[in-house]
Structures are given as structure tokens and as C-alpha cells.
Write a protein that binds this ligand. Structure first.
Ligand SMILES: Nc1nc2c(ncn2[C@@H]2O[C@H](COP(=O)(O)OP(=O)(O)OP(=O)(O)O)[C@@H](O)[C@H]2O)c(=O)[nH]1
Length: 347
């Protein structure tokens, strides 16, 4: 038995609600001799998926990678590397491409396969609240299986915030259950004992897991890419049970995760915003990210909050300064958050 929790939990969560209505294969596409290897990167909110992806894009030499992400903004693309921009696809000068998934995963993969230039590898980064199962099934049980080969699912775990109750989220547990490689990230923030305890928990949930430890997603790529670890037979029973997928969609909404977006054309006061983080930020906000404007600073600040930790990175404005932020958590009080953040703006 690979994963105990599968017997306890039904798979939850469909990232791509439309992906089961499979579009027809484009006519000009012929079945290739070798299938495109695919790695799925999953992991809970703020665990370090994008950080790992940026490491891969920087260091995977001579391999043309296509990445499928949910938003371009999260990928750290040096604008000098950009050679073309299309609505859903960005091409880098090293030949790698990034695509956003504005809906159907199968469509997005076909648009990569249809490209004339050769793509050697496909990486899909899921959202932090996605169950990887339906995404894996999309590669294994649609026509995509003739064109692609699911290599492995990498699951990032934030070693500093992950608890044995896995945030009371079945999604977080499913991500571990379906991971072929579990990456304990943020090792700089935990002691050896804490890491050992976490690893014991993971091995208890997922027998024979391949567990790697790292910080900032630094890992030899040969350990995580083209490793051929996906055990397709593991998915056989699940493939023939589409009702599980519908059930999973419903269960996801029961977990009650919500996002609150905040925007303003006025700057924050640093002091008030700091007070918000220190004293007013509700416990049920797990993750926040945004671009911030402070009246005291000419810089554009990239804000990242994960668990209790936050981080600000300076950059330059290329347009009119403004505030844009999203807060993610469970059963958030949107009115309270919006009003409290409004109170942090300068008058
Ligand atoms: N201290 C520390 N911070 C890290 C490490 N890896 C990533 N981070 C930080 O953790 C935050 C979240 O990292 P991301 O890579 O954006 O995480 P993600 O999984 O893509 O997050 P979502 O967008 O919520 O799904 C960022 O501020 C990163 O800089 C690490 O090893 N150590």
C-alpha cells in the first residue's frame, strides 16, 4: 500500500474545473516516438513551489523547458530574457516557455505540443490549494497519454510551518500522498530534531517516500527531474471512478479556503501596515502576497507572507505606484480585512 490516507480520504479538489471535458486533439499533431516528460510540482500555500521552479529554470542547462503556471507574475522572469509575449505564453531567449492556464489544462498542453520548436520537458506548477490527483489523471487518462509521460509528482513541504494536523487540510495531506518525491523545504528555519520529526510523520503517511531536504529549493536537478518515479499502476482504480473527482470538487469547497483581494491607488503608512501585521492579522490568514506602495519609500515592494513570516523585496516601479495584495486563508472575514487595510492607507 503506497499511501494510507487514500483509504481515509476521498481525493479532493479540482484545480481545473473544465479539464474533464477533454477537447479534441489538434489534427496536425501526430503521435511522437518519445513522449514529453512531465513533472508536477505541488505543495501547500507558501511551501516554495515557485522558488523551486525558478531554480530549475535558472539551472536546467541545454534543456528546453515549458512551464505551466497559474499566473506569470509569480515566475521571476528577467525582462531582458523575454523575446516574445503572447496572451497566454511567454518565450525566453534560452528557448524555455511559460504558459498560463486560463482554464483547460488539456488545451494548454496541446498549445505547447503544437509548437514547432522542440520542447524537451514540461513542468506544471499547481496552486497551493490543489489536489494533484486530477492533474495527474489528466496526463494519464486522456489523449495526452500518447504525447506525454508523467515522470513524477514533487511535493514541497514548508518544514517550518507544516504540522502533524497538516493545517487541518485534507488537500495538504493529499499532496503528500500523491507525491513521488517529498521535498522538505525551508530547512534554514528548523532544527535537525524538528526536521526528523516531520520526516517521521511523512514516512508514516506515505510509506517508502523519497524525502529530500533543502532550502530555497536548491537541489541537484538529476534528483528531481527525469527520474521516472510515477507509478502509473497506482492510479488504475481511481481512473475508473470519475465520481471520485466530482466528490473531490465538493470536498474542496467544504475546507473553506478563500482569498481576499485588496487594491488601492493610495499608499500605505509603514507604521500602520506594520501594526496590522503585528496585531491585527487574523490567525486564519495563511498566506499573502502582493506589490506594496508605502508613502515613506520610492521603491516598489514585493510582499510575501507565509505562516507568521513575511518578507519584503525592493524593486523599481515601471508604472504608476499602487497597492495590490491577495490574502489567502480559511473562512476569511473579507469586510474586516478590507476595512483594516483601508485604515493602514495614508489620508
Ligand atoms: N526562509 C526560507 N524562505 C523560503 C525558502 N523557500 C522559499 N522561501 C520563501 O517562502 C515564500 C513562499 O515561497 P514561494 O516559492 O512563493 O511558495 P509557493 O509554494 O509558490 O507559494 P503559493 O504561491 O502560495 O503557492 C517566499 O517569500 C520565499 O522567498 C527557504 O528555503 N527558506
Amino acid at each position: 500500500m503506497l499511501c494510507r490516507a487514500i483509504h481515509i480520504l476521498k481525493p479532493i479538489g479540482l484545480l481545473f474545473p473544465n479539464h474533464l471535458s477533454v477537447p479534441a486533439m489538434p489534427e496536425e499533431l501526430s503521435i511522437p516516438e518519445t513522449r514529453l516528460p512531465v513533472t508536477i510540482i505541488t505543495g501547500f500555500l507558501g511551501s516554495g513551489k515557485t522558488t523551486l521552479l525558478n531554480q530549475i529554470l535558472k539551472n536546467y542547462q541545454d534543456v528546453k523547458v515549458a512551464v505551466l503556471v497559474n499566473e506569470f507574475g509569480s515566475i521571476n522572469i528577467d525582462s531582458q530574457l523575454l523575446i516574445s509575449i503572447d496572451e497566454d505564453m511567454i518565450e525566453l531567449s534560452n528557448g524555455c516557455i511559460c504558459c498560463t492556464m486560463n482554464g483547460n489544462l488539456v488545451d494548454a498542453v496541446y498549445s505547447i505540443l503544437e509548437r514547432r520548436d522542440r520542447i524537451d520537458y514540461l513542468i506544471v506548477e499547481t496552486t497551493g490549494l490543489a489536489d494533484p490527483l486530477p492533474i495527474a489523471l489528466t496526463f494519464l487518462s486522456t489523449e495526452l497519454r500518447d504525447f506525454t509521460r508523467l515522470d513524477s509528482i514533487l511535493t514541497l513541504v514548508d518544514a517550518a510551518t507544516f504540522t502533524p494536523d497538516h493545517y487541518e487540510s485534507a488537500i495538504a495531506l493529499q499532496q503528500i500522498c500523491y507525491g513521488d518525491i517529498i521535498i522538505l523545504n525551508k530547512m534554514d528555519l528548523v532544527s535537525e530534531d524538528q526536521a526528523n520529526e516531520l520526516e517521521d510523520f511523512i514516512r508514516d503517511v506515505k510509506e517508502k517516500a523519497r524525502v529530500l531536504r533543502t532550502q530555497q529549493g536548491y537541489l541537484p536537478l538529476s534528483l528531481i527531474l527525469d527520474v521516472n518515479l510515477s507509478q502509473n499502476s497506482f492510479y488504475q482504480g481511481i481512473q475508473s471512478a470519475p465520481e471520485n473527482l466530482e466528490q473531490s470538487r465538493q470536498l474542496r469547497s467544504i475546507e473553506g479556503f478563500t482569498a481576499v483581494a485588496f487594491e488601492s491607488d493610495r499608499p500605505f503608512s509603514v507604521k500602520k501596515f506594520q501594526e496590522f501585521l503585528d496585531y491585527q492579522l487574523p490567525e486564519n490568514v495563511f498566506r499573502a502576497k502582493g506589490i506594496l506602495w508605502f508613502s515613506e519609500s520610492p521603491a516598489r515592494h514585493i510582499f510575501q507572507l507565509s505562516g507568521k513570516r513575511f518578507h519584503l523585496e525592493d524593486s523599481d516601479w515601471d508604472g504608476k505606484p499602487r497597492n495590490e495584495m491577495v490574502l489567502i486563508g480559511r473562512k476569511l472575514d473579507a469586510l474586516f480585512l478590507t476595512q483594516t487595510l483601508n485604515n493602514c492607507l495614508t489620508r
